[in-house]
Design a protein around this ligand. Structure first.
Ligand code: GTP
Ligand code: MG
Length: 441
């Protein structure tokens, strides 16, 4: 119940992460040996810069791309490159930290590098997690982040314990309990993880009830997806007029799935779902924590893939979004009907989409939205098996109020002479079947 949830929240005091406060970061981007990887490394380093710029008290002091032959081994850089790097860092006394843009580095490697360089060293997992935590607003986002922190805490614990062992030697028992320090801490972590998973499960159960209610009311659901900062929230705001939405010029502004009602040209009500933005290499454990949120997408009727076509790396961004979408195990009809939306065309002179079916818009300036709504309507009607029909009803009977309740009435044309009306409705096959059964005449 709510009491249990509140209790959990007080227990989930944020774990202090070393990244709090102002950071002046030196970005180190390793790239695989062959030259073909150069472009990929450039995108990654641009993303690292964008990540650092996300938080107002973080800045980039410098960045470097360094080739490495053995990304997966303990020694990340060859001797020569390591030397170059160490000297460069020593010449940057204003840097407070090195952002080593690898998904994860082991605690041991981290410690060795920190000893050699005299500054903190962070991997992408830690950096992204910290940003997520700063941006999390709702209970669910906070829980998902707390869950994503567990692996980090677990590996910190191991290093901490081996450190203690070196200092004191032998095993230490917590007085009387018969448990070693490591055992106690491991158990506490396991309990914490279980509590978080239960609380998330509860939230999701509530949401699946909402989903069922939504489906009964037969509002089509449209998931708005795309690379982070491409303009998803801005677009939904423009389509729905929802003043509560806050687009921001930063990565991962949206960490929760939120639903907003909008209307298509023929007054069909739809629900737009705002989602978390993608990055080319979101750490896997983080994707895991958020995957249940993304599962929601599988239950939608249509996906809009929004792209920032003014971004220099827009083509790579599209590829990485498509590959994430593919891994979400979405039903194939959903993948086949994706509408590609080319956003921010106000920043490009005379923009012409290269893709034949894409729709060019400016969510910020409201350009192209009517075309987009029409395309959404066409696709949604097709996807949901709904039709727009004109039905003749007798105004003395209950047909009209039945239609108002069960379908979407768009227009009522009353014929005063014979007491009938022509009613234009958006109606699904199944509702039409029920209508015919109720009112055979
Ligand atoms: N010039 C221009 N800027 C836009 C347009 N659409 C959005 N933006 C800007 O792009 C930035 C990001 O917009 P958001 O709507 O927050 O992007 P998002 O995709 O929701 O981002 P995340 O939630 O962080 O993944 C904001 O500064 C917007 O004002 C557009 O059509 N033209
Ligand atoms: Mg957003």
């Amino acid at each position: 119940g709510d009491d249990a949830e509140e209790e959990l929240e007080t227990q989930l005091e944020p774990v202090p992460l070393p990244l709090a406060g102002a950071q002046r970061m030196f970005i180190v981007q390793p790239r695989a040996g062959d030259l073909k990887q150069r472009r990929a490394a450039e995108l990654q380093v641009a993303e690292a810069v964008a990540l650092v710029n996300t938080l107002h008290n973080w800045t980039v002091v410098d960045k470097i791309i360094l080739p490495t032959k053995n990304l997966d081994q303990k020694l990340i850089f060859g001797k020569g490159n390591f030397q170059i790097l160490t000297e460069k860092i020593k010449r940057l006394p204003q840097a407070t930290a090195v952002f080593l843009n690898l998904e994860r580095i082991s605690t041991l490697t981290k410690k060795e590098l920190e000893d050699a360089w005299g500054v903190n060293v962070f991997d992408r997992y830690t950096v992204v997690l910290h940003i997520f935590r700063c941006n999390a607003r709702t209970k669910e986002a906070k829980l998902q982040i707390a869950l994503a922190e567990i692996p980090l805490l677990r590996s910190n614990l191991k290093t901490e314990v081996s450190h203690l062992d070196q200092q004191r030697g032998g095993s230490r028992y917590i007085m009387g309990s018969g448990e070693t320090f490591l055992e106690t801490q491991t158990r506490l972590l396991r309990e914490r993880e279980l509590k978080i998973r239960n609380a998330l499960e509860n939230l999701r159960r509530k949401r699946s009830i909402l989903r069922a209610q939504r489906q009964r009311r037969e509002f089509p659901v449209i998931s708005v997806m795309g690379y982070t900062n491409c303009g998803k929230t801005t677009l939904i705001k423009a389509l729905t007029g929802d003043a509560g939405l806050q687009p921001q010029d930063q990565l991962f502004a949206t960490l929760d799935i939120t639903a907003h009602t909008g209307y298509l040209p023929s007054q069909l009500a739809v629900i737009y779902v705002d989602t978390i933005g993608f990055l080319s290499d979101l750490p896997h454990d983080l994707i895991g924590s958020f995957s249940a949120t993304l599962e929601e997408v599988a239950h939608s009727d249509l996906i809009l893939h929004v792209r920032d076509v003014s971004h220099p790396e827009t083509v790579q961004q599209k590829a990485s979004v498509l590959s994430v979408l593919k891994n979400l195990n979405l039903p194939s009809h959903l993948l086949d009907s994706v509408i590609e939306v080319h956003n921010k065309v106000d920043l490009i002179e005379r923009y012409e989409p290269a893709e034949p079916n894409a729709i060019a818009i400016s969510a910020l300036h409201g350009y192209g939205l009517e075309d987009l709504k029409e395309e959404i309507e066409r696709t949604v009607l097709k996807a949901t098996g709904k039709k727009i029909l004109t039905i003749k009803v007798n105004l003395t009977g209950p047909q009209l109020s039945w239609l108002y309740k069960e379908a979407t009435v768009q227009e009522v044309d009353v014929m005063p002479d014979d007491g009938t009306a022509s009613v234009k409705v958006i109606i699904s096959e199944s509702v039409l079947g029920r209508f015919r059964k109720h009112f055979p005449q």
